[in-house]
Design a protein around this ligand. Structure first.
Ligand SMILES: [Fe+2]
Ligand SMILES: [Fe+2]
Length: 230
């Protein structure tokens, strides 16, 4: 198996379909807690996700890096502390940290002039953060708004406005990265990280813990499952 950035890669595109799932689950079972591998497939691996949710509830994380049209890449991690009763805070905070890590690697690649790596890393970051925001806006915020009755005011209203700004800043960094403009990337990332760090802190300190407080154990687990399948 190939390795990149110390993460194993399992490309099943040339493997007979009936052999794929056993191979994937064997790879997962071989991971140490905290380790992950990247699965590459030629279609959206939804049935695989459902099998993971049924057979390894709370033991794994599922982070799509690329979703078509030609390849689907997902990072599958073994959690350090398996627990089917996950909180929204733990799940989305883990995603914030994961995304911070990709952005750091992107900045390192830009600094060293490795533009091909930088471009792949920024595409992963962009995909992951937009997906994260979709999870918040289409799954978590509606659940929060329904429980609290706060729609046009309150924390979700503010977070949705900040998401718009985050999308604009992402587009501007993407443009600089495509143009291989190091100064433009630096400037964009500087403005972006200020906005994002502040946004994430508010979510982690206020919105996520409040959501956890309003939701039952079963509802929280449902939020995580729906988010993985989005
Ligand atoms: Fe957010
Ligand atoms: Fe967030």
């Amino acid at each position: 198996m190939e390795k990149t950035m110390n993460v194993k890669i399992l490309d099943v595109r040339d493997i007979a379909p009936r052999e794929r799932h056993p191979m994937i689950f064997d790879t997962f079972k071989g991971l140490e807690p905290g380790e992950s591998f990247i699965l590459i497939n030629d279609h959206a691996p939804k049935p695989l996700l459902y099998q993971f949710q049924n057979e390894h509830d709370g033991e794994f994380d599922w982070w799509p890096l690329e979703e078509g049209p030609e390849a689907w890449r997902v990072e599958i991690a073994r959690r350090t502390e398996p627990d089917p009763d996950r909180t929204v805070t733990e799940y989305l905070q883990t995603d914030h940290r994961r995304l911070d890590g990709i952005l750091n690697r992107f900045q390192g690649s830009v600094k060293e002039g490795r533009w091909e790596d930088a471009s792949r890393e920024f595409r992963e970051f962009n995909h992951g953060l937009r997906r994260h925001i979709r999870i918040e806006e289409s799954i978590l915020f509606p659940a929060f708004e329904e429980k609290t009755g706060m729609h046009d005011s309150g924390p979700t209203f503010v977070m949705r406005m900040e998401h718009k700004e985050i999308h604009e800043l992402l587009d501007s960094i993407l443009g600089s990265a495509d143009a291989r403009d190091e100064a433009g990337v630096d400037e964009g990332v500087y403005a972006f990280t200020n906005v994002l760090a502040n946004h994430n802190m508010k979510e982690e300190n206020i919105l996520y813990p409040e959501s956890d407080a309003f939701l039952s154990n079963a509802e929280r687990a449902q939020v995580v499952k729906r988010a993985q399948a989005l």
